[in-house]
Design a protein around this ligand. Structure first.
Ligand code: GAR
Length: 192
């Protein structure tokens, strides 16, 4: 699932094409975006589910859940998806949703993780891959990588440096999930 330029999606597609043990069965977007173009260019079925096309957020939540359910995914990956998932979606896919975030959680959750880290003046930020729960970026952490902040960084330069690490980390975690299941702190977690 994506909303933006889709560079994380591209790294997952490349990894799958290079023989990784997963396949991307569909890409869902909440707005027309480059990520949807990338999916189409690779012949991956693409779903556009806009909040504005539904009477309310609950309607969007139910529609999005149904559209993704139709592809019977084993895992759902939010790779730059900029909407909070609704309760219907969360109860359907439970702990099988993986999110990538451009900061070292629990610091700087939410939609502005890169700008918030810069504004706070931290010297190190990074990227986190975690399971999604019903909070905002609060679910169990699967993997993290630090990224140093340079004195002359802007949000754009820092975000690009984070994303160059994030693309590898997310693809590594998805590969590990489909081969070993969920491992947290070296222990296999029991995910129903
Ligand atoms: C990534 O940095 C991802 O972590 C972030 O959007 C970017 C998507 O990049 N997601 C969030 O901030 C979600 N809170 P991309 O469009 O190039 O894949």
């Amino acid at each position: 699932m994506a909303s933006g330029t889709g560079s994380l999606l591209s790294s997952l597609i490349d990894r799958a094409d290079d023989g990784a043990p997963f396949r991307i069965v569909a890409v869902a977007v909440d707005r027309p975006c480059r990520a949807a173009d990338i999916a189409r260019d690779h012949g991956i079925p693409t779903v556009l589910c806009r909040v504005a096309d539904h009477p309310d957020r609950a309607g969007w939540d139910a529609a999005l859940t149904g559209q993704i359910e139709a592809f019977e995914p084993e895992w759902v990956v939010t790779a730059g998806f900029m909407k909070i998932l609704g309760p219907v979606f969360l109860s359907r896919f439970g702990r099988r949703i993986v999110n990538s975030h451009p900061a070292l959680l629990p610091s700087f959750p939410g939609a502005h993780g890169v700008a918030d880290a810069l504004a706070h003046g931290v010297k190190v930020t990074g990227t986190t891959v975690h399971l999604v729960d019903d909070g905002v970026d609060t679910g169990p952490i699967l993997a993290q990588e630090p990224v140093a902040i340079h004195r002359d960084d802007t949000e754009a330069t820092l975000h690009e440096r984070i994303k160059s690490v994030e693309r590898q980390l997310l693809a590594d975690v998805v590969t590990a999930l489909v081969t070993k299941g969920v491992v947290i702190d070296g222990r296999k977690a029991d995910i129903p």
